[in-house]
Each structure stands twice: as C-alpha cells, then as structure tokens.
Design a protein around this ligand. Structure first.
Ligand code: WTA
Length: 635
C-alpha cells in the first residue's frame, strides 16, 4: 500500500509514526515509487548535525526537470502545466501545456548553453511573474546550472549584493514589468546593479512592456531571437542527488543576506510529497499559489511541487488590488481554482474591503485554502473561512521557511481537523521539539518554547553559499544536535503547534522577512545619523510594520525632520527595496543600552507597540534616562 496519498487522520498518524520510526525506509519507499531516477541511490541518508552535514539519496542520479516535465509527456502532454494570468485582466490568459513547456524549457536551456553556461554555474534570474520566469528556472535545472532567483522588488544594490555573493556570470531579466497600474524599469535596475558586478558577462532580456531600454553592446541580448533560433530538443544533464539545484537568499540577523543552498533529490521528493498531501491535489484540479517565484513559496509550490505531480499551476503577474480588490475572486472564478494558497497579509488587505467584491464571483470551485508566511490572526482566519471557503473548505495554515525547502507543520486538508491560528501537526517525517532557555527540550503538551527540528528531512538547506560556518552558527549552534528555526511556538493539549513568531532580529512585514541589521546599516549611511534601531509593531494589514529609532550626530532641531525621514526611507529603498521602508521614524537623543553596549530592542519594541506601561526593570540599563524621553515622544 502506497503512503503517497494520505486521506484520513488515522492514516496520517499511522504514516507519521512509520516515518519517525523508520525514516530511511519510509523515504526510500516514497522516492522509489513516485519519481524518475537515472540511477537509484546507494544510501538513503547520512547526517551529522554537529558539522552540520546532511545527505539524502547519495549516489542517485536524476534530473528534476525530467520529473517535472518529461515523465508527464506520455499521459499529460496536452494537459495545462502553467496558466499565466496577466496583470491586465483584458489581456488573455496563456495556457502552457506540458508538451509546450517541454519545448520552451529545452529552447531556453539551449540558449543558456550557447551562452556558455555549464553545469554548476550560477545564473541570476531577476524577472517579474511572467512565463519566462518559470521557464528559465527549469532551463537552469535542465542543464545543471544553479539558479538564484532574486525577487524583482529588490533594489539595484540588493541585487548586486546577491549577484556578487554567488558569482553569477549571467543575468536574466526583462525590459520592465507591470505591477497594477504602474510599470517598473527592471532593466534599468539591472544596469545600475551591474555597475557593481564585474563578473557578469551576459544579460538576457525578455520583452514584456516594450519599453525603450538601453542595450549594452557585447553584454545585453534580447531573449526572443535567441529562443527562436534554438532547438526545442535537449538531453537533460544527469545530476547527482546532492548537486545544488538553487540558491535563494533570505535575510538574517547580520548585514549580508544568506544564500540558502538547496540540493536536488531530497528537495524534489519533499516538495512533491508535501504538495500532493497538504493540498490534496487531484488530477483535474487547478491550483493557484499567489506568491512570487522570487520567494521559496513560489519555488516549491508554484514550480517544483506542482509540476512534479503533473498539476496545473497558475502564475499571476499582478496584484490583488488591480484593477480592483475583486481581482483574486475573478481569477478563481475564471479558472475554476480548486486550491488557493495565499498569505495572511493579503487576506487582511482583502478583508478590509468587505465582502462586496467577493459576492460578485462564483467561488464554488474552491476545495482547499492555504496560508503561509507569518502567523495568521484569528480574525483573518475566520474571514477567510467564512467568506472565501464558505466554511466548507479546510484552511491549511502551513508553517515553513526558505531554509526548510518545504512545508513542515501543517494540517493535511480533509484529514487534520483545523484550529484557527494553529499550524496544527508536524508533516510526515518532521520531528519538532520545543526548547527552553537552558537548552533543554520541553516535553508534554500545553507548553511553549523555541521551535527546533531534531531529525533531518529531505528538503532542508544544506549550507549557506560560500559560508558554511555561518550556516552552522545560525541554525545548529543554539541547541545541540538540533536545527533551530528562529521561531517561537506553543503546543496545545492535543499536540497542535501554534507558531508565535520570530524570536530573533528578523521582522516579517507583509510576509517578507526583513533582518533589522541591513536596514539599520542603510540608515546609518545617512551623514546626519549617529545610530539607529529598528523594531516591529503591530499593523492591521502588514502584520508588522517597521518603527525606527534614530539618533542624530547633531541635535535634530536644526534639520527639517520630515525631510530627514524621507531621505532615510530613500536610502532604505535604494539599498534594499521599498518593502523595507519604515512606517514611523522617531528621532531621539539616546537608545537604551545594556551595560555591555547592546541596544535593548525589547524595550523599544514595547514602546513602539504602545506597551510602555509594561517595560519591566530598566534600572540595570546603562542609560535608563533616555527611556522616558522616548516614551514621551512616541509616534
Ligand atoms: C514565518 C516562507 C506562522 C516564520 C515559507 C518563519 C509563519 C518565516 C508561517 C519563514 C505560518 C511562515 N505561521 N509563521 N504558517 N509560515 N512563517 O523564509 O516566522 O520567507 O520562520 O519562508 O515566516 O519565512 P520564509
């Protein structure tokens, strides 16, 4: 009996127990029965969290694109693999069949090859949500190049940092992008970035908005003519199980982003298996995840997971508010979406608009709703359940991370009874642990602590590109022999998990992880700024918004504070992107510090969140006097 498709709670418990009792045997069975291998593995798993080193399916040979595309050709060649829904609803949607995807990926892969890209080379992809994005990702995987997709909302400077960190020689972009009523000059951003990237020799440019861009001779080439010339046949490169598949950057507690490295076989197996079960995908279903492929959710649950299962997956170019707040509902009706996966911040933004838009559309195709990216508050959960799911479609609140590659704690739709704000139970094979501040595991239920994972799972990131020590320090040093997630969680009386949020210096704003350090670095570049500290505070739609406390080199009186605020936000926009802009900036004469000079963000967070009556003991601070001044002037 195959354990590939779990349908009931008892089955979940049964399979879960097996996956924990005999993990290797369990994953071997899944891998064996449901994927296409050029050669099977010699060893299912070897691991050592102290190094840390983890290898799954060592010795196996495969190409993930043969699993995502080739193996479906015989049975699903004409089935739609990708539906592209453009920004402008008047522009026709594009249906790309598995056969057409096969040809497009081969062509693109041949273009990359003709540009000298080889197995192991890094390729940076900076594209909007257009078909070329999915196709270029798969084309890299087909020839064994390592893709590094950078979200097309990042600034030139952030893009340059990422290109240089992984030494990409080729960049794929477009002449521009549509975003609601606006267009964005992506090619211009790439040009700016490349002033700082000596090693990039080639830029391939897709046409999307037909803008008049400058093409640098010898470096920039239009993509389409190259594709037209290329053959639509190509033999996939044979990859080792542990060959890197992609790098994806995530922000951390220190300035530079972390290039999380995901490898091939384990990632594939886990992304596919979770997709099938969490969303209960069936053959004729149309699945829609609203994330951008620039984030891990798009990698695992727009491209790899769905395509490995022969699914139909939607790529949406636009935003929920354009041309109006009915857009999501219109798309669901139009494509008869069965599984809809989005983020709490989008749900809150849509809920604020009331149900008037919803009521105009037939959402009866929906079977499963999903959420990801941050804790979902109770109100948003019920609004989603009542109005979108009509209380008949389970909500899968999926907790996971860029680092985990796939969904880790989640209900399985129609099997796990849901509970508002709870991600519920660990997925098959996942062994969570809650830890106390002394590094001891907290057993039993009705407890809370820091969330760790104590056994490897197939899709975990293997390292940070170029910095294995940082990988070890960040994830494997806080608790011995455990992967530390950076999140806090509680476990209720039946063993359900609720993720309470980050316990480190990462703040999640509208579902985007933002490290405080890179933002503070950007602010501190302002010539008038002496020092700064960023904290999050609750925001109705974004979940958290950013509050900055800034001390100036001279007293603020002499400068126009509003201008300064604008300049500071401009610096952040330039260095990181508009997503990291501060909602509030308070100028202050001092920042509360410990005697060793560390800024006490805990106090600043409380003040920003209107909880200054509950600061605890501040007498041990180096400079307690500054606290009252900050409270008096809070924004
Ligand atoms: C948070 C996104 C609560 C969490 C896939 C995690 C969540 C971080 C949930 C990773 C959820 C993600 N409930 N919190 N369902 N999903 N998070 O790397 O803090 O962009 O550590 O990966 O988002 O964000 P990342």
């Amino acid at each position: 009996m195959s354990n590939y498709h779990i349908k009931h709670l008892e089955e979940y418990y049964q399979v879960y127990r097996k996956s924990v009792r005999e993990p290797e045997h369990f994953w071997e069975e899944i891998a064996e029965e449901h994927f296409l291998w050029r050669k099977k593995w010699d060893n299912v798993l070897s691991w050592d969290f102290t190094k840390p080193e983890v290898k799954w399916f060592e010795g196996a040979k495969l190409n993930i694109t043969e699993n995502c595309i080739d193996r479906h050709l015989a049975t699903r060649g004409d089935k739609t693999a990708i539906i592209f829904e453009p920004n402008n609803p008047k522009e026709a949607a594009v249906h790309i069949s598995y056969k057409a995807l096969y040809h497009r990926v081969n062509k693109f892969a041949n273009v990359l090859k003709s540009q000298g890209v080889k197995k192991g080379d890094r390729v940076c992809i900076y594209l909007p949500m257009i078909p070329e994005l999915a196709v270029s990702v798969l084309a890299c995987a087909r020839i064994g190049a390592i893709h590094s997709v950078v979200f097309a909302g990042f600034s030139a400077s952030a893009l340059a940092t990422r290109i240089n960190d992984s030494d990409c020689k080729l960049v794929i972009t477009s002449d521009g992008s549509y975003r609601g009523a606006k267009t964005i000059d992506l090619k211009g951003i790439v040009d700016d970035a490349l002033n700082e990237c000596e090693n990039v020799s080639t830029v391939l440019v897709a046409k999307r908005i037909n803008s008049n861009v400058k093409m640098k001779a010898g470096r920039d080439q239009w993509l389409q003519p190259l594709l037209d010339e290329a053959s639509n046949q190509l033999k996939a490169e044979v990859m080792d199980a542990e060959d890197p598949l992609f790098i994806l950057y995530t922000s951390g507690s220190t300035g530079t982003p972390k290039g999380m490295v995901h490898t091939t076989a384990g990632y594939m197996v886990y992304a596919a298996y979770t997709f099938k079960n969490v969303f209960q995908y069936r053959e004729k279903d149309v699945y829609w995840c609203t994330a951008d492929i620039g984030w891990i959710t798009g990698h695992s649950y727009i491209i790899y997971g769905p395509l490995c299962n022969g699914a139909t997956t939607i790529m949406f170019e636009g935003v929920p508010s354009y041309p109006d707040f009915g857009r999501f509902w219109e798309i669901i009706e139009k494509h008869k979406v069965n599984q809809f996966y989005t983020a709490p911040t989008a749900i809150r933004a849509l809920a604020k608009e009331g149900v008037e838009h919803l009521e105009k559309h037939d959402l009866s195709s929906i079977k499963v709703l999903g959420t990801v990216g941050e804790p979902i508050n109770e109100e948003a959960w019920h609004w989603y359940d009542d109005n979108v799911g009509k209380r008949k479609s389970p909500i899968v609140d999926t907790w996971w991370q860029t680092e985990t590659g796939g969904i880790m704690i989640t209900p399985i739709a129609y099997a796990t009874p849901t509970k508002p704000t709870y991600a519920t139970l660990p997925f098959i094979g996942i062994q969570p642990a809650l830890m106390d501040e002394h590094g001891k595991e907290i057993k039993g239920n009705q407890v809370d602590g820091r969330l760790c994972i104590k056994y490897p799972w197939p899709s975990m990131a293997r390292t940070i590109w170029g910095n294995h020590q940082r990988y070890k320090d960040t994830y494997f040093s806080a608790y011995k022999n455990k992967y530390f997630t950076g999140d806090g969680a509680l476990r209720d009386e039946v063993g359900y998990y609720r993720i309470t949020g980050r316990v480190d210096d990462v703040i999640i704003v509208s579902g985007h992880n933002l490290g405080t350090a890179p933002i503070e670095d950007a602010i501190n570049e302002h010539p008038a700024v002496a020092e700064s500290a960023i904290v999050g505070f609750p925001h109705d739609i974004k979940g958290n918004a950013l509050y900055g406390y800034v001390t100036l080199k001279e007293t603020g009186e002499s400068r126009d504070q509003n201008n300064l605020r604008k300049e500071i936000n401009q610096l952040i926009t330039d260095q990181i992107g508009p997503i990291a802009k501060l909602d509030k900036i308070q100028f202050t004469n001092g920042l509360p510090k410990t005697r060793s000079g560390k800024i006490m963000r805990r106090i600043l967070r409380k003040i920003a969140s209107n909880e200054s009556n509950n600061l605890g003991d501040i007498s041990t601070l180096l400079n307690p006097e500054c606290v009252q001044e900050i409270i008096d002037n809070v924004l």
